[in-house]
Design a protein around this ligand. Structure first.
Ligand code: UDP
Ligand code: MG
Length: 139
């Protein structure tokens, strides 16, 4: 089943100049970009995006990180795109991520882990709508 998922190249990876390399991985992984923009999140936008984690101990640090510089938000489409994009990302903690995954190769630590992917169809719907309207999506 063709699905859409939200990807983010996080501020650490944009700053490190890894945007192109990460987009190359997802294209090589047969995911199609149907929407993409660079945005410098405010603290409030980062808090809203990660509201599901608002009671977690890492919330303040995470939302500071996500608003420290520009990130690139994108909508990716393909068969089983949600799980396939998360497989390309690897585990949340780069130290636990498999060889050849994006987080293993571009992440610094469990917070500064280079990229985001939606974890379910429900979160994908919320996350895509958080950043994109229908006119900004080509698929
Ligand atoms: N995070 C963190 N410390 C943790 C767990 C997560 O800083 O102990 C950050 C990390 O950037 C992660 C994000 O919070 O990507 C969202 O956490 P989640 O558990 O949803 O991981 P993900 O779905 O991104 O793999
Ligand atoms: Mg998550």
């Amino acid at each position: 089943m063709s699905q859409s998922t939200l990807g983010i190249v996080k501020p650490d990876a944009v700053k490190a100049g890894s945007l192109g390399a990460i987009v190359k991985r997802l294209e090589a992984g047969d995911l199609t970009v149907v929407g993409l923009k660079m945005i410098h999140l405010t603290r409030e936008l980062a808090q809203g995006f990660y509201r599901v984690h608002r009671n977690r101990p890492f919330f303040d640090s995470l939302t500071a990180f996500m608003s420290e510089g520009p990130c690139v938000v994108m909508v990716l489409q393909g068969e089983n795109a949600i799980d396939r994009w998360r497989a390309l990302l690897g585990a949340t903690d780069p130290a636990q991520a498999g060889e050849g995954t994006i987080r293993k190769d571009f992440g610094q630590n469990i917070e500064r882990n280079a990229a985001h992917g939606s974890d379910s169809p429900e979160s994908a719907d919320f996350e895509i709508a958080y950043f994109f309207n229908a006119l900004e999506l080509t698929g």
